[in-house]
Write a protein that binds this ligand. Sequence first.
Ligand code: GAL
Length: 386
Amino acid sequence: MKRTAKRFTLATAATAGLALALAGCAGGGAGAPAGGGDTEAPEDITVGVAMPTETSERWIADGDAVKAGLEEAGYTVDLQYAADDIPTQQQQIDQMITKGADILIVASIDGTALANQLQAAADQGVPIIAYDRLINGTENVDFYVTFDNYNVGVQQATSLLTGLGILDESGAETGETGPFNIELFAGSLDDNNAHFFWQGAMDTLQPYLDNGTLVVPSGQTDIEQAATLRWLQETAQKRMEDLLTSTYDGGAKELHGVLSPYDGLSRGIITALQNAGYGPDQASGLPIVTGQDAEIASVKLIADGVQYSTIFKDTRKLAEQAVEAAKAYAAGEEPEANDTETYDNQVKVVPSYLLESDIVVAENIESLLVDSGYWTAEEIEKGQSD
Ligand code: GAL
């Protein structure tokens, strides 16, 4: 890996040498020991944080939590949101590098579109931490903090099966054989996570599709057919409307469940379903709709019996891991990985720290989300269902 020092020198082949910068050892060569000289103040370390969009509240929470954690450690933070626009994100990262960022934390929009920026960063000895979404096709990604994304997909599909009554609360089969009509949604194909969510979900649903318990009347069972570019709510709503027209007699035919991989999509899907006359809630025939991210608008819908489930990924913990990784680089060390096999970005397997997620349904909103302080009972009570 090519790492030409910017204002500091290499500590090890794999580390950018921030420790030496902190220790003021500008003259040391590769392998030179850290230490000695004037210690650079933490505020002189700038961490560039590139986030994809502010249209989804989870990324705002992520950005805020990462910034707060880095500032608590004393670092200077350059936090940017890119309005889900790839050139904007490229430009923001270019600027972070020009302005002298020492470490980058990047949640990409398109995981394949940042190779030039990351090469420039690597040329300056800047360690790059991929945040939540893997950056593909480049050797210049040093570490990855995320959740067990395959398992998130398993959890989404499991909650669909539970909601339909095929599995009970303990995950055991009830003997219910349907058949149930379902439709499938996937995320944005340029987001590596979308493929993991889909794979985990489809591996879980496949036995029930094979034995006829589940049927996809539209026949749209490929990720390309189910994909939702940029994870846009209105795109999911439009696809659901089209499916209802093409396959469900505009709402007259029964639809029992929808696999949705993200709360924003879930709300678009629910709007389409309600507009076609389903529901308005599960008790009155709204299909089981899954989700992800425990966004407040969806948590409110779950509490109200409208959306069935979501997946809680505690972004506070993710932010904490990103901050830990940044601290490790600043100290000239490698961050601690708990997975060194799963995330192959087509150039290398990126050392990763994976966090666990939880299925949220109405019954455990309080224990998972309120007791942990993620949302208050008042926020859920007042949450807007858009
Ligand atoms: C994914 C992320 C999900 C969800 C989605 C849409 O990359 O892992 O949690 O937020 O983007 O923003």
